[in-house]
Write a protein of this length. Sequence first.
Length: 139
Amino acid sequence: MGCFFSPLAPAAQPSPRFLGHDDVLFLREDAILAFDLAMTYENGRLPSPPPPKAGLARGEDDALFIAQLHGPGPLVFECIEQLFALDVTAAQAATVRASSILGWTGRLVPETIPAGQAPGGQRGLIGFVGTGTVLVAGR
């Protein structure tokens, strides 16, 4: 299953539109199928939390590779499961399992949460603070 997404879609077009003209979308690189080259983009990564014990290697595969997209044009991304939008405000931060994150918009700062600081000692959690929306894939 795929989703068509155009950040600046005309109102008559039946695709979702939730970004303003100056907004930036951060999206997992492995979910992006296509985008208009009129959009500007930059690649980055959100590192995984440090290993629980000293001396254990952290796998490169644990990092979340992200593309930052901005500007007009269509974007096609894959969402295998149902897509949810989780609002984050200055008063309400969010903690999300990294494997469920599809992307985010707004002025959010993502941060990996070490297992020692995570609820129940879970690994693979990302915290978001600021104001914006986290796109989460799930059931």
